[in-house]
Ligand binder design. Sequence first.
Ligand SMILES: Cc1cc2nc3c(=O)[nH]c(=O)nc-3n(C[C@H](O)[C@H](O)[C@H](O)COP(=O)(O)OP(=O)(O)OC[C@H]3O[C@@H](n4cnc5c(N)ncnc54)[C@H](O)[C@@H]3O)c2cc1C
Length: 458
Amino acid sequence: MAEHNFDVVILGGGSGGYAAALRSAQLGKSVALIEKDKLGGTCLHRGCIPTKALLHAAEVADTVKDAAHYGVSANFNAIDMNVVNTYRDGIVDKLFKGLTGLVNSKNITVVKGEGRMVGAKTIQVGEDRYTGTNLVLASGSYSRSLPGLEIGGRVITSEQALQMTFVPNKVIVLGGGVIGVEFASIWRSFGTEVTIVEGLPTLVPNEDASVSKALERAFRKRGIEFKTGVRFSGVQQHENGVIVSLESGETLEAELMLVAVGRGPNTAGLGYEENGISMDRGYVLTNERLQTSVPGVYAAGDIVPGLQLAHRGFQQGIFIAEEIAGLNPAVIDENGIPKVTYCEPEIASVGLSEAKAAEKFGADNISTYEYNLGGNGKSQILGTAGFIKLIRQNNGPVVGVHMIGSRVGEQIGEAQLIVNWEAYPEDVATLIHAHPTMNEAIGEAHLALAGKPLHAHA
Ligand SMILES: Cc1cc2nc3c(=O)[nH]c(=O)nc-3n(C[C@H](O)[C@H](O)[C@H](O)COP(=O)(O)OP(=O)(O)OC[C@H]3O[C@@H](n4cnc5c(N)ncnc54)[C@H](O)[C@@H]3O)c2cc1C
């Protein structure tokens, strides 16, 4: 058994773990980064990047189908999934090489293998033990299922959905959250008949109610079917497909069922609890400085309760590295984390929904404004519908920005600055937005909320 000592030992080389490693190395620490699979984790290999590549291919397909509308003669023939997958893998490979090169160029020892916590500050990999002055747990998440619902055959999760070499004729998507609506959107653009089944009353139930409603309208228009407020009760597989039963008594048939009911923390059997880490339903509990119940042991990313997003993991990794280095970084405000759902139309939001803002400040103490993209030149050129909705505290800052429309994800940068810098609509109204951009819609919405609408009706 070999013993190795480092300033910082990190378990998991995904968004949270590698960000902690890079920042720690930058701050002069010796780092061991333990990864059993590939650096980059879920986001790079099975999450954010490959899905967005497929969504881009879907956008190209939609553009071709719609080409005649713009006077461009083109025929949509078929989707060649092998070529789509090659394009996607090319992007993942390039980013993976870039990340590997970056990590290798720093004072970071990458340990390939499966690690397990065997002491308050020690991770064992095979016969080797890695002890850190500080330990960072960042073991990520896995696709969850429902009790009694087995994954296999024609019942798949996002991992298998990303490996498919054909476009299915008909799919049932169980779960109308982020991952569910993204795959529904991709498949619909590729020509699949899609039905989403969501137990809660709306699609994307974590978004502002008006955004959920708008997405439902847009999906209806795109021919994506959905059943909300109805629970799944079982699935039977046969040679050519699946029969899905709902608690309402209804049954649905399709070629495949995608289970997209959320992600669970990957912590089972890793020795966390045995070594004194406080946990709740598999999640690692931390204080706001991301310290676990064991001094000197921190946690980052999807294993920490909260939004399961790559950029949250990155930020937590950076925070932990700076905390360990004694830089006393500012606590991460979970409410200020931007969220983008990359289906067509896209959804982007930051801050409080109207319901949450009303709960926090009182319904009489907030004002809202919805700027329709119908008034935005670039949106008209692109042929997208949607809106930008703002919520402000009366005589106070903007506390929520909620957007829906093609490509609105690209607008989230300004929206998150506004919310996180606690800007007043009056402050933003004086800033100049280039014409014609979709970004102008943010400026227009703030002008209106500041009481001086320009290109807005009413
Ligand atoms: C289909 C899909 C699409 C997504 N799209 C987006 C998106 O568009 N934007 C966004 O922000 N987020 C997205 N996410 C979420 C994002 O991928 C996660 O929030 C992010 O990857 C979490 O980072 P992490 O470091 O906590 O964990 P992970 O990225 O899961 O990394 C954990 C790493 O730890 C390793 N590991 C685990 N256990 C051990 C062990 N015992 N020993 C050694 N290594 C171990 C794993 O191999 C893995 O590489 C998506 C996720 C999915 C599934």
